[in-house]
Ligand binder design. Structure first.
Ligand code: GLN
Length: 764
């Protein structure tokens, strides 16, 4: 069979290392225990290792300059010489002025300057450092580190494809003050031009230029910016592969096709339907990079299905077809080989970054040399996929039947809010401006040590349970002393608010080394939802009952909501996310019911991740909000009128989804905002939120103890936009990262404010 000459490559590889080597090196560098040279040594070794993996998977290129010590967008800020001027001065008395320390100061701040801002990279859980631009911003290329990494790569391969974040996305994703972003385009593009010429001089054939903002809703001005800037790139330069991901970009096809580039990458996992429209429209000299392997999830590729999808483009494009994962593999864990405890059947369904390289190799070989040349591999994949699609561990008829009859359940609370409010008032007998906390109390070294012992098998379940009980008793006693009105048990027994529940639900699996970079050295280990979710037995009832038995005040039952469970897990791809969300909702609903039957009068269902789930494109928002709100309501609506449902949320912005939040119909919402409390309240002033609400008045992310005056000012301000009868007083988030001393002082101040203001409001 003739070789179709189809090529394979990746858009980027995870940086942390199989055992998070980069994390540990970074953190010991920050503690002053590792020299800059040793840190760079670790980084270099990781890069080489990642390239070797790409070579041994037979990829046609190795991808360079995807590595970063902290964040690739920050690296571009430095590469383009756009560090904010406020960092120019070295901190007073600073001895450590290595280039590395200066770089990390941008991301982490120093004694004189707060860090640059950080935000989520599109709809992922990866956070980038936001370029900080203003009218004074000058760009000046500083390619030393970039070229050093390129040299390393060119030493081991003749086929190196470096990656750059494109200029339009760089500007779009930045934060600009006092200047219109696009007014900086020309100056910025100049720097790209220097670099493109240098890459050409180094005989780089292809450059991958990422323009991820094509996944967003762009106006004409930004679309025009693409035309303008890429027209400037008509110089001696490498060929340009423009990469898009996380969305169907067909609506911008007319713009992209007009650019003087040499190929385009498409995310065919998120949007396989865009393949043929692009194949049909491709200019004769362009390559099409087909992103057919999921870079955002951990499932093994259905190779047969992918080969079928690629049939037409293979015939039509031959050597102009490239295969790749849908996006950078940054968003997946590194290697399945470290999962020694995982159930082998479940493991056979998965592919982390290294297994995805393998899938890529098999697909490419199948297309180039015929399927017979990889018959064994294809058969193995087929067997794994068949087992996954049919396994009784994935498909629980009981859960499916329940979901099918979901319409017979009440999805709304029995009575309207006003009536529930009066019922709850009678039952709970709370003062005006009730005080509460969000759930967790400090996770002390004691608590963590006990959990580690228990996990290692060095502590018995009985002993561990006793230990946790004593921490719960301690936190109840502290809250009584502080004088809070609605107590919590403190969540000592929870390592993580998703993992704790996932471990008790059917359909969830956990990894040992499935880490994914969240920001800088910080990684998360999302659990895997592989099957129908079911709650075999109560998860929190005995703990809640125990905590309640220690106090005459109400103690909140504490649950994680269905959308947050979904959002912070790897989710199955064989059914719509919405179906999985509803299964989770039913499990939480059962728990709510069991809690109220056990006498718990207040139940909090946390949904901090609700906003994160919003689709990238506005047109898709209503559908998402519809099922997300439905899932929350399904979990809460089993509550009787006199059971008070709280929810905790976290937002960067509120105004745009306030109606959806209101329609969740929680009796009380407590809120953290990453912006100022003031901005938050403005939003609530404009949209009169109908139920009760507790805007966070104590910023728990700072070790500072807020004064009575500071808290009072915030509560007074809140009382101007929210009627006091519906106002609660609480911190903005859980307290697990804080110490007991500061926590107690802060909460005492908070309670004092409540007492003071109650007097003020009850005066005639
Ligand atoms: N109950 C959780 C806690 O206090 C809520 C945290 C959150 O929603 N982010 O830790």
């Amino acid at each position: 069979m003739a070789d179709n000459n189809i090529k394979a490559h990746i858009l980027g590889y995870p940086r942390m290392g199989e055992k998070r080597e980069l994390k540990f090196a970074l953190e010991s560098f920050w503690r002053g225990e590792l020299s800059p040279e040793s840190l760079q040594q670790t980084a270099k070794a990781l890069r080489l290792h990642h390239w070797e993996k790409q070579q041994s998977a037979g990829l046609d290129f190795i991808t360079s300059n995807d590595f970063s010590l902290y964040d690739h967008v920050l690296d571009h800020t430095v590469l383009l010489g756009a560090q904010p001027k406020r960092f120019d001065k070295l901190p007073f008395g600073s001895k450590s002025n290595s280039a590395e320390s200066q770089y990390f100061a941008l991301a982490r701040g120093n004694i004189e300057q707060p860090a640059m801002e950080m935000t989520k990279w599109l709809d992922t859980n990866y956070h980038y450092i936001v370029p900080e631009l203003n009218a004074d911003t000058e760009f000046s290329i500083n390619a030393h580190d970039f070229l050093l990494q390129l040299d390393e790569a060119q030493k081991i391969s003749k086929h190196v494809k470096p990656v750059l974040l494109g200029p339009v996305s760089f500007l779009y994703l930045s934060k600009a003050k006092g200047v219109h972003k696009l007014d900086l385009l020309y100056k910025l593009a100049q720097q790209y031009l220097y670099l493109l010429q240098e890459l050409h001089a180094r005989k780089i054939e292809w450059l991958q230029i990422d323009e991820p903002i094509f996944a967003l809703d762009l106006n004409e001005e930004w679309l025009k910016a693409f035309k303008t800037v890429y027209a400037w790139f008509r110089i001696s330069r490498p060929k340009l592969l423009l990469t898009t991901y996380f969305a169907n970009v067909s609506r911008y096809q007319h713009v992209i096709l007009d650019l003087p580039i040499d190929g385009v990458h498409l995310d065919l996992v998120r949007a396989p339907e865009q393949l043929l429209p692009w194949v049909n429209a491709m200019p004769a000299h362009w390559v099409l990079s087909a992103g057919v392997i999921d870079g955002r999830n951990i499932w093994r590729n259905d190779l047969d299905k992918t080969l079928k999808l690629l049939k037409v483009p293979t015939q039509r494009l031959k050597g102009r077809l490239w295969l790749a994962p849908s996006c950078s593999l940054l968003h997946t864990p590194v290697a399945l080989s470290h999962e020694l405890k995982m159930d082998p059947e479940i493991k056979s369904w998965l592919a982390f970054a290294d297994e995805k390289l393998d899938d890529l190799r098999i697909l490419t070989q199948a297309l180039n040399e015929g399927e017979a040349s990889v018959a064994v591999e294809l058969a193995a994949a087929r067997a794994a996929i068949a087992s996954r699609y049919q396994s009784p561990r994935v498909h629980a008829p009981k859960v499916k039947a329940r979901l099918a009859s979901i319409n017979t359940l009440n999805e709304n609370r029995h009575s309207a809010f006003e009536y529930r409010q009066s019922q709850q008032k009678t039952r709970l007998n709370l003062p005006l401006l009730p005080t509460t906390t969000i759930g967790s109390f400090p996770q002390t070294a004691d608590i963590r040590a006990a959990r580690a012992e228990f996990k290692k098998g060095a502590m018995s379940l009985e002993q561990y349970a006793l230990d946790m009980k004593s921490h719960i008793a301690h936190s109840i006693q502290q809250q009584e002393e502080i004088g809070l009105d609605v107590l919590v048990h403190g969540e000592a027994e929870r390592n993580d608010m998703v993992e704790f529940f996932g471990e008790q639900l059917a359909g969830y699996a956990f990894t040992q080394q499935g880490w994914v970079q969240s920001y800088g050295s910080r990684c998360v280990k999302p659990p895997i939802i592989f099957g129908d979710v079911d709650r075999p037995e109560p998860m929190t009832v005995s703990t809640a009952q125990y905590a309640q038995s220690l106090s005459t005040k109400p103690v909140k039952g504490m649950l994680t909501g269905p959308i947050t469970m979904l959002q912070w897990s790897f989710v199955r791809d064989d059914q719509p996310r919405e179906t999985t969300a509803l299964q989770l909702a039913l499990a939480i609903r059962d728990e709510v019911d069991d809690l109220q039957n056990a006498g718990i009068s207040v139940i909090q269902i946390d949904e901090p991740a609700l906003r994160e789930g919003l689709p990238l494109q506005k047109a898709a928002w209503p559908h998402y909000l519809n099922w997300a709100v439905r899932a929350f309501k399904l979990s809460a609506s089993v509550a009787r009128d006199d059971t008070q449902i709280h929810s905790h949320m976290r937002y960067a912005e509120f105004n745009d989804i306030l109606p959806a939040i209101a329609s969740m119909d929680a009796d009380v919402i407590t809120i953290e905002t990453s912006r100022s409390a003031m901005e938050l309240l403005d939003a609530f002033g404009e949209f009169s939120y109908p139920n009760e609400i507790g805007p966070g008045v104590y910023d728990i992310h700072s070790p500072r103890v807020p004064s009575v005056e500071a808290i009072e000012k915030l509560v007074q301000r809140a009382a101007e936009v929210i009627p006091v009868e519906r106002l609660w007083i609480n911190p903005d988030c859980g307290l697990k990262t804080r110490g007991w001393d500061e926590t107690k002082s802060a909460l005492k101040n908070m309670v004092q404010v409540a007492i003071k203001m109650r007097v003020a409001y009850s005066l005639p």
